[in-house]
Design a protein around this ligand. Sequence first.
Ligand SMILES: C[S@@+](CC[C@H](N)C(=O)[O-])C[C@H]1O[C@@H](n2cnc3c(N)ncnc32)[C@H](O)[C@@H]1O
Length: 252
Amino acid sequence: MPTCLWRTSFWKTGRWKINRQVRVALISALAVMMTVLHAGAQQETAPEPLTKYLGRRIAQPMSYHGIPWLNRPERLQEENPQEMLEQLKVEPNMTVCDMGCGDGYYTVELARRVGPEGKVLAVDIQPEMLQELSRRCERLDIKNVDMVLGLPHDPKLPDGKVDLILMVDVYHEFSNPVEMLDAMRRSLKPGGRIALVEFRGEDPTVPIKPEHKMTKKQILKEYKANGFKLVSQYDKLPWQHLMFLSPGTESE
Ligand SMILES: C[S@@+](CC[C@H](N)C(=O)[O-])C[C@H]1O[C@@H](n2cnc3c(N)ncnc32)[C@H](O)[C@@H]1O
């Protein structure tokens, strides 16, 4: 005789009593259902990744297998990191985002400049990059970096909290530039800026694959189409553009 699943004590007590195995099975089924529904909802809301945007071919994100390349000593000559960082005018107590931080080549220096009361939000879509950055911060005893695992269309930044977003060699990899620019715009404080660093697309002597470079013209086309204006620029880096962009239009 099988165990009675639904005890008929209802008629005596006015309450349903359900066998423990059934309770466990029901709860598990509910949990599975919720997970499936949640995953479905996420898939529905995730926009299609693009391969082209406003006439530009979007590059594939650089895999974490390329970490040694990100730390190549030649970067010092090719990028002049100290000079680039000086132009950012990072000050103590600021909240700065290192968008597409990789394993943190620039994050640690930003963390030093914002000081113990400031914060760096280090965003990447590859957990392996953030793990490496985490090890780097531990090694150097840096405590003011928050790791943020973003999605290709959502950097998971808080609204209205960020003074500066630095993107070094990252923007051209965004598969969803419109959503990313929208989210970054919302994350900025009034007066907040994006510092965009990209290898110069109009310079054939810069030995980087074409889809990993951008021209100023293309940068402005994409940023203006998404509610940003050029605030200033620095043209003296060896291979890269450094452009500062803020929410707004030229006429403001
Ligand atoms: C070429 S690496 C540059 C890393 C770092 N900025 C540096 O200069 O060493 C580009 C990084 O951007 C990240 N990335 C690509 N798309 C992204 C997105 N939508 N949100 C955040 N990070 C992204 C990649 O995972 C990769 O770590």
